[in-house]
Structure formats: C-alpha cells, structure tokens
Design a binder for this molecule. Structure first.
Ligand code: LLP
Length: 432
C-alpha cells in the first residue's frame, strides 16, 4: 500500500511508522520531525550482510555509507548489526569514533581529504583509506612514515560505467572529480606508484558508479571492468588485488512505480560475475566490500510537517506551505526528487487535490514537490513525506537560521529521540 514496509495505518486511519502513531509523534515531539523505523534499518542492514554470506561465502564486508544518515545512534546500530562504516570527512569519522565504532572497520573516502583528516585517520588506525589522487598517495605515504605506520589503502577508480540516474549523482564516468581514470592509464599508474611507496599497503581497488540505480547490469559491468584492471596490474606489475570495493548506489522505492532490485538479486548477480571473471582472468577471488547508504535508511524514514498557509492561485496552482522545506530536505530543490506524501491523520483518504508543497524558506525554489496528490487539506494538519531517511537529515542546513529538526527512532511502537531538535541558541552558538 505504501512505498515502505515501515508504514501502516491504525484503526483511527492514522499513519503509523514502526507501530507508532505519527499524529501522536508530531504532537509529542513537534514538527518538522524526522522519524526512523529502527527495525527496518536493521532488517536492511542484515539483508545485505546475509546476501554476502549466502552468495559469496561471507568473504566480504558491508560498510554503511554514513553520508546518507549520520549520527551516533546509527553508528551504534550498524556496529551491532556487524556492518562496517564508510566515512567521507573528519566530522563523520569523529561521530563514528565518539559512538565507539571500531576504527579498524571504517573506510575513509574523500576526493580532497585534508592533511589533518589523513593524520587523524592514521592516528586512530582507520581500517582503509581510499586514496583518490596522486598527491594524496605521496602525502599519505609521508604522513604514515612520520607516524611510523603502514597505511592500508585502496585506490578509487573511475570505471567509466554510466549508470542511469540523475547526472548530479553519477560518479563513475571519466568526467568526474572522484578517483583515477581507467581509460587513460591513470589507474594503472596509480597502482604502480602505490606499490612502490613503502608506508602504504595497497589492499585493493574501489569504485562507486552512482546512486539510486536500479539496473543490476551497471554493477556487474563495473565489477568486470575492475577485475580487468586487476588482471592488468597482476600481469604488468605483479600486484594481486586482495579486496574489491564496489561502492553503493542501490535504488529505493520513492514512488509506487519504482521497482528496486532485491539486494540478494544484486549480490547473486555480482557474485556470479566476480567468480566467472576471476576464473577467466586467473585471479584469486577478492574479498568484496559494498557501501550501501540510501538503501539501508531511505525507506525507513519519514518527515512530519505541520501544514500552514494554503494559497490558491486560480487557474495556476495551489501552494500548500509546511513548517520545513529545503532546509531539512534539499533534494527536490537540488535534483527534482519526487516523494509520496499523505496526511498523517487521514492516511487512506482519497487524494482528490493537487498541491505544490512549499517550504518556509525565503526562496521561490523552496519546494518539496509539485502537483502532489493529496486529500483536500486544512491548516494545522500533519503532512507526512515518505522515504526521507536518506540524504535529508544529513543534507539539512540552517538556511534562514532554521533550527534542524529532531530525529526520533521508533522501535516496537516506542519512540526515542536520537538527535535532539536544535534551538535558536544552538543556531547562534558560534556567533561572536
Ligand atoms: N560509497 C561512495 C564512495 C559514495 O560516494 C556513495 C554516495 C555511497 C557509497 C552511498 O551511495 P548510496 O548507496 O547511498 O546511493 N545526495 C545524493 C546522493 C549522493 C551520493 C553520494 N555518494 C542524494 O540525495 O540523492
């Protein structure tokens, strides 16, 4: 009935998430409010991990891409579920470590990590540093030498695979700021340099071809291309790849017409491709890593807003404004991402109207969606935007000095705050 398994309807026709009544949640915790279903997050995490066990003899790791949703509690949940963590900044690293996440299970990414970030990663013995460019190879080697350490690294490679998704979130093609290009020979040269540097231990290669991808073949082609590079490195440089990190990017259901691939089908196909290709190319089977972000948390989250101004412009459109918007969810403004919405207190009411749902920022582009089907709505009703668990809280801003909403985690019908709502004092707390 809904885009996510986390959601249901109770006898009052109220929308529920993880068994909790969303009308009550809005009343107790206020709006705008992010709400996440803990059981679904755990179930998704387990599904990825178990699919590696089932189809690849458990020879791999699932690293949750924390950029999708980063706070201490999600790090604890991922640790409990036996996942690794992908971080992409000193801030994400700090959050993970302060939640007690084991440094050795952290993969550190970034196309422009600072000296301080690299030094901190070395200092804390982060599991893998994914090196993005030649300068970083040299720099990390020097920092590791100074620290008396050998850093376990991977190299980020652009495999030149085009995935069908919004161009802003395509990252595997040659015209990308991420990684070493394959076609130009840059990636092979990076391998050559990495293995010559004494304080770096090149364990493997990494690629990430994009986000919100539905076609399994994009992933299997990327795997084959990466193994081709590994074969070249073996024959020309005598280096054997121990680990292959295929990144994240698995699509989720935002709208009822979306048909995401089951994780196990992805893993089945990718495992088969890796086994077949390794046999053909005479390569040892690598340990694999994957980095799902959106597909673990996206469908598990919703955002609750209170409806304010409703403005009909005859013959043009009706604007329905809510008490949040691009500051807590910039994805429509950035990518024209579409969401399903409904009224929390009348979850199954027929959607007879079309509204352009606007935020409260002082900016015309502050919309959450255009022509959204909804029941005829009233000021004061609670609007639920579905599947907002990924890249909403993590991409939120304080534009117009709006305090960021709280994040509430629901489990078995019980809610708890995992990120408290910001106050005006918080927002102004760094001002001198
Ligand atoms: N690994 C790497 C190296 C990545 O760059 C990303 C996402 C992921 C894993 C996780 O991808 P996921 O499974 O979540 O698709 N802000 C955009 C998405 C940007 C994704 C950037 N990299 C959005 O809101 O759609």
């Amino acid at each position: 009935m809904f885009v996510s398994d986390a959601l249901g309807v109770n006898q009052l026709d109220h929308l529920t998430i993880g068994g909790a009544d969303t009308v009550e949640l809005a009343a107790v915790y206020g709006t705008p409010l992010y709400v996440m279903d803990e059981e679904l997050i755990r179930k998704n995490a387990r599904a990825f991990r178990e699919s590696i066990e089932q189809y690849y003899d458990g020879n791999g790791h699932v690293a949750f891409a924390s950029k999708a949703f980063c706070c201490k509690e999600i790090c604890r949940i991922m640790q409990q579920e036996g996942l690794w963590l992908d971080v992409v900044s000193g801030g994400e690293l700090y959050t993970a470590l302060s939640a007690g996440f084991p440094a050795e299970n952290i993969v550190f990414h970034g196309n422009n990590k600072s000296v301080e970030e690299l030094a901190e990663a070395l200092n804390k013995n982060v599991g893998r540093i994914v090196v993005d460019h030649f300068f970083e190879l040299e720099l990390l080697n020097q920092l590791a030498l100074a620290a008396g350490k050998t850093a376990d690294i991977m190299l980020r490679v652009k495999p030149g695979v085009e995935a069908h998704t919004h161009s802003y979130i395509q990252t595997g093609q040659i015209d990308s700021k991420f990684g070493f290009a394959l076609e130009t020979g840059e990636a092979l040269e990076a391998i050559r340099q990495a293995i010559s540097l004494p304080n770096l231990n090149l364990r493997g290669l990494h690629c990430h071809i994009g986000s919100q991808i539905f076609e399994i073949t994009s992933f299997t082609i990327a795997a084959r291309v990466m193994l081709g590079l590994a074969a070249q490195a073996k024959s020309q440089l005598g280096w054997e790849m121990q680990e292959l990190n295929l990144g994240g990017g698995f699509g989720i259901k935002y709208l009822s017409e979306h048909t995401p691939t089951a994780y196990e089908d992805y893993m089945k196909a990718v495992s088969r491709t890796i086994r077949d290709t390794c046999r053909q190319l005479n390569l040892a089977l690598p340990c694999i890593m994957i980095e799902p972000g959106r597909s673990i948390v996206g469908s598990a989250g919703i955002t609750l807003y209170t409806i304010g101004a409703i403005k009909e412009i005859p013959g043009i459109r009706t604007y329905l404004s809510v008490d949040g918007g691009m500051a807590d969810n910039p994805r429509y403004a950035l990518y024209q991402s579409e969401y399903e919405m409904l009224l929390a207190a009348r979850a199954t009411a027929p959607k007879t109207e079309r509204y352009t749902v606007a935020g409260r920022c002082c900016e015309s582009g502050d919309l959450l969606g255009k022509d959204i089907p909804l029941p005829k709505s009233q000021v004061g009703e609670v609007l639920a935007v579905l599947a907002t668990g990924a890249y909403n809280y993590s991409m939120a801003s304080n534009y117009n000095r709006l305090p960021k909403p709280a994040v509430v985690m629901v489990k078995g019908g019980k809610a708890r705050v995992v990120v408290r709502r910001e106050t005006y004092e918080d927002v102004a707390s760094h001002d001198i």
